[in-house]
Ligand binder design. Structure first.
Ligand code: URA
Length: 198
C-alpha cells in the first residue's frame, strides 16, 4: 500500500490496522483522524479509547482482535471519506478481510456498515447480526457517535455486550438461527440487495 501511488490522500500517513491477524472479531471504522494519522495507529483518539475500553470490558485483549478502517489515510479536516476514496482502498480491505477471515466483522458507523450492507440504516440495523456471503456482520454505532449523547452511548454499550453471544452463535453450527435476525419487516430484504463486495 505504501508503494501504491494511485491511492488517494497521499499527504496523510498510512494507518494500516493492528491486532491479531488470526482473530475472530474484526472491527472496521471509517478513516483515521488526527491522532491516528499522527501515531499511524487506528482508533487511538477519544473514540478509539471508548472502543478499546469496550473490548477490555468483555474480558478480551485489544491484541486478540483486529482493528482497521475502510479508508487507510486521513481525509483533510476529518471530512467523510468519499466514494472514490472508499473504492480505491477497497481491494486492500478486501484482501485484509480475506487473510484475517474473521468469524464476525463489526463495522463501526454507517460508512463502514454500508460497505457491507448498502441499504442498511445505522440506527435501525445496528446490533443485528447479518450474513453477507461467508461473513457474519454485526454493525455498531461509531464510538464517536456514542460520545455525542447518552442514548447513543447506551445503544453502543448494549450492542457491544452482545458480541460474546454473537460469537457463540456463529461458532455453533446453527447458522440459521443467526440468519433469522435479518430484518423481515422492510422490503426489499437486505439479503436480496447485498453488494458483491469480496
Ligand atoms: N474514527 C475512525 O473511523 N477510525 C479511526 O481509526 C479513528 C476514528
Amino acid at each position: 500500500m505504501a508503494d501504491d501511488k494511485n491511492l488517494p490522500l497521499p499527504e496523510s500517513n498510512l494507518v494500516f490496522g493492528e491486532g491479531n491477524p488470526d482473530c475472530d472479531v474484526l472491527f472496521i471504522g471509517e478513516a483515521p483522524g488526527f491522532n491516528e494519522d499522527k501515531e499511524k495507529r487506528p482508533f487511538v483518539g477519544r473514540a478509539g479509547q471508548l472502543l478499546r475500553a469496550g473490548i477490555r470490558e468483555l474480558g478480551w485483549r485489544e491484541q486478540d482482535v483486529y482493528i482497521t478502517n475502510i479508508v487507510k489515510r486521513r481525509p483533510p479536516e476529518n471530512r467523510d471519506p468519499n466514494e472514490e476514496e472508499i473504492a480505491s482502498y477497497k481491494p486492500y480491505l478486501a484482501k485484509q478481510i480475506e487473510i484475517i477471515n474473521p468469524k464476525i466483522i463489526v463495522p463501526l458507523g454507517r460508512f463502514s456498515m454500508n460497505y457491507f450492507l448498502p441499504l442498511a440504516k445505522i440506527t435501525r440495523d445496528q446490533g443485528k447480526l447479518f450474513k453477507v456471503k461467508e461473513y457474519f456482520i454485526l454493525p455498531m454505532l461509531h464510538p464517536a457517535a456514542a460520545l455525542r449523547g447518552t442514548g447513543a452511548m447506551k445503544m453502543f454499550k448494549e450492542t457491544f455486550a452482545k458480541l460474546p453471544n454473537a460469537l457463540l452463535k456463529v461458532n455453533s453450527d446453527n447458522f440459521e438461527e443467526a440468519k433469522s435476525e435479518e430484518p423481515t419487516t422492510k422490503k426489499p430484504k437486505l439479503e436480496d440487495v447485498q453488494a458483491k463486495l469480496f
